[in-house]
Design a protein around this ligand. Sequence first.
Ligand SMILES: Nc1nc2c(ncn2[C@@H]2O[C@H](COP(=O)(O)OP(=O)(O)OP(=O)(O)O)[C@@H](O)[C@H]2O)c(=O)[nH]1
Ligand SMILES: [Mg+2]
Length: 471
Amino acid sequence: MFFDKVRIFVNAGNGGDGAATFRREAHVPLGGPDGGDGGRGGSIYLVVDPGETSLRDYRQTHHFKGQPGGRGSDQKKHGKAGDDRTLKVPPGTGVFDDATGELIGDLVATDQTLMVARGGRGGLGNVHFATSTHQAPKHAQMGEPGEERWVRLELRLIADIGLVGLPNAGKSTLLAALTAARPKIADYPFTTLEPNLGVLDLGGEAPAGEAPAGEAPAGEAPAGEAPAGEAPAGEAPAGEAPAAEDTRRPTIADVPGLIEGASSGAGLGHAFLRHVERTRVLVHIVDGADRDPNWSFNVIRDELAAHDPALLEKPMLVVLNKMDRPEAAEAWPAFRDARMAEGLNVIAISAEARTGLVEIRAKLASLLPSAAEELEAPQDPAAVVIHRIEALGDSFRVTREDGMLVVRGKRIERIAAQTNFEVEESAERFQHDLIKLGVDQELRRQGVTSGETVRIGSIELEWEPESWDDR
Ligand SMILES: Nc1nc2c(ncn2[C@@H]2O[C@H](COP(=O)(O)OP(=O)(O)OP(=O)(O)O)[C@@H](O)[C@H]2O)c(=O)[nH]1
Ligand SMILES: [Mg+2]
């Protein structure tokens, strides 16, 4: 099975706790605060590795945890930062927040990196909480919890050319004929169960005279770019350069055969239709020996349109295959005329006998972007990474759920998570924060009673109005 869609749980490392320690000196019983800060937790990143071609690595392991930050210690020593963790993904991996469905990033280029879970910040040590009136604070912050969430990874292969057609049309045979790829070929439908990729060499085919004007050899660079005296005599001026080779190396994807109803889930092809969304050129292969090649052609065209009408706007080359068979040769004139009437490029080949391959290469060469750089550039404006900026607003909401008051709000939840309620001073500070942010007032408005449980994030507290009123 081809693993092109997985869900993984990423949990960045917690920040280390800040320390609440005091200087020890021989002559001073209790010195000033000297608790250092905790280190930040390790974050989790995804990075594009072109060596990866599927999401197979994530088939078994779904949970990834970042390293926690070290605790702060006395003498203002800071905790060590947790190591970041980097997970490799293939080019073409779309990353979604599983809970919201939001696209977090679209990873296409080699080494492109995306943070999917931020490590928690280290807690501040008690040195930060000393003031002129409060010189021996026992309060230190606990580390902030690391971010955690489920993310969904979806692979859309990145290929320049997509081969589509009914099962058994000869897609894999054509891929093998055009490239060094050696996919399995067999005389039964659904031989291909996962996409195969090959690289098409256009280099050999371009006759000398045909080098596109734009691909000027170095000699034509503006004179200013190379100090005149330093150019070695041997470097040929434009006219003498050998005809520029076609340096384009487009990739071709052979995907499992599509069948009628594929766009709504029939067969295997459905899951793979999205792999052709990003190709620049579609090659639609029809088995010329089929009972009715026109019907075969229309089935696939309709499925492509039903999946996404934009697919039919891509440059398309229609190929009638198996011309070595008499049925195909017979079907060809009518098939060709019908496609030409539709304004489509159409050619006849035999992938097996290897006829018509020169023509296919030439056609593809003209349908693809002419510059090699353009082929290498990400082919899609969606290839923009969206960095999520966490808004740490003061806003919050109080609701009653299962007889419990629940407070939700980024800042207040974070303060709660970083409070060590066992330290009285820290608990008091927390109460002041509740008042400052207006949470206290809202709880009272909603009729909170003494002893009632109030949940803030994952922390449950018992409401004690007396002490809160004492401030
Ligand atoms: N006579 C003839 N047979 C061909 C030609 N091209 C492919 N075939 C045969 O057709 C059968 C199917 O070829 P494949 O390349 O596996 O077809 P496919 O489109 O990849 O099929 P799926 O992977 O099942 O979707 C094989 O038995 C091939 O040998 C051709 O040009 N002429
Ligand atoms: Mg195949």
